[in-house]
Design a protein around this ligand. Structure first.
Ligand code: FEO
Length: 403
């Protein structure tokens, strides 16, 4: 049976939700599932905005057939060709052989690479082009690297609906609730929206900034992303989050302590630091064990908090591998502008502190490492208390400066 929501006059959500997929992109856990949003405009011509992942294709086709109600599909606008949205294009072509595909040159190149038979049905558009479908006129805006090079967004100049591709998306299945005002976004969705943005699009902050500047020139009334809720109220809320994330500015003044511990001694040091910070009035503190916290969560909190403390045991004279892996992810995702404190441990040759500092200084951008470092041998002892208090004071001082 169909599962459809009306978005606004003439426009329908015809996508699908998936709770069965464990890992998005086969990397990122999605315990709340994910939605693949597709939209159908019923104008003088019928226009589909993107398809869905193969996993929900059957539901999507049933939805489309229901909304078309006997009409054929005239056009298919492809804003993003990554397979979580483009996988069902061929199935649409089989069922609606006269449909024309509207997309960018690079997108058609990708369709050929994926082996789709689209010749003779392509309408190539570029920045600033428009097409009229009856009552609605759609303008096309290129959005390269948000999140693939071929991406564009489409803007309905008639009613102010922006089809934003991956931008403004989120992990999480919709479960019936389509609009941002039908959920408690700040309480129930923001963490997944942040984890989605930072891990999927985080590397491309300057490109997102470029798109945001173009979006600021449009009279946007509604944002229809390819994942997660549709925004029809409080657009400033999500735009503000995107501005912070894409400029790598922290969302909150606070401290993420990420520790790598083999036998619990480095973990104890992390807990001592957390307790001392909270006792001094810094309540916005989170502590993560890098060995059992998925790196996508570590990355999301790295974007969220202003201060990061890395506490790592030394392993084979190097950084503990899981901590090193987190740092490599942070570098790959262009994390920058954070204040970092260091705690090192090692039973015969503690080196992780100097190695982590070298990584932050040499491999990443604008990471300020606090002078006060804790260096422990095997376990934190009373002799380390001055160092630990120095680290606490260093964090407090820089928090005060940022306020
Ligand atoms: Fe949701 Fe870049 O694909």
């Amino acid at each position: 049976m169909h599962c459809v929501r009306n978005v606004c006059d003439d426009l329908y959500w015809i996508g699908g939700n998936d709770h069965r997929l464990a890992l998005f992109e086969n990397i990122h856990p999605i315990p709340r599932g994910v939605s693949y949003n597709s939209y159908l405009l019923m104008d003088e011509k019928t226009v589909l905005f993107d398809t869905v992942d193969w996993d929900v294709c059957r539901q999507f086709l049933e939805n489309m057939e229901y909304v078309l109600n006997g009409r054929t599909l005239d056009y298919m606008i492809i804003n993003h060709m990554e397979p979580d949205h483009g996988a069902s294009i061929e199935e649409v072509l089989l069922r609606y052989p006269d449909v024309k595909i509207i997309s960018t040159e690079k997108s058609f190149l990708l369709m050929h690479q994926f082996g789709f038979d689209v010749d003779g049905r392509m309408i190539e558009v570029k920045e600033g082009d428009t097409m009229n479908f009856g009552k609605h006129t759609i303008a096309f805006v290129e959005a390269p690297m948000v999140h693939w090079p071929e991406a564009m967004v489409s803007f309905d100049t008639t009613n102010g609906v922006l089809f934003s591709a991956d931008a403004f998306g989120s992990f999480g299945a919709l479960d019936g609730k389509l609009f941002n005002d039908e959920v408690n976004f700040d309480r129930d969705w923001l963490d997944d929206a942040r984890r989605y943005y930072t891990n999927i699009v985080g590397k491309y902050g300057p490109h997102v900034q470029h798109l945001l500047k173009k979006a600021a020139t449009l009279d946007i009334k509604m944002i229809c992303p390819l994942h997660g809720p549709v925004w029809r109220t409080d657009l400033g809320y999500i735009l503000d989050k995107y501005h912070k994330w894409s400029t790598y500015e922290p969302e909150e003044q606070g401290v993420m302590i990420a520790y790598a511990s083999m036998y619990g001694n480095t973990e104890s040091a992390a807990q001592v630091l957390a307790a001392k910070l909270v006792e001094k009035g810094v309540h916005n503190v989170v502590v993560h064990d890098v060995s059992n916290t998925h790196v996508s969560q570590l990355i999301a909190d790295t974007f969220k908090y202003s201060h990061i403390v890395l506490a790592s045991v030394t392993y084979n004279l190097g950084i503990y591998p899981v901590m090193h892996d987190y740092l490599l992810h942070a570098k790959a995702l262009n994390v920058q502008k954070r204040i970092v404190g260091l705690i090192e441990n090692g039973s015969w040759a503690p080196k992780s502190g100097s190695l982590m500092k070298a990584f932050l200084d040499d491999e990443m951008k604008q990471m300020s490492v606090l002078n006060s470092e804790v260096s422990m041998v095997s376990a934190l002892r009373d002799t380390n208390e001055n160092e630990m208090d120095g680290l606490v004071e260093g964090i407090l001082d820089s928090l005060k400066k940022n306020n």
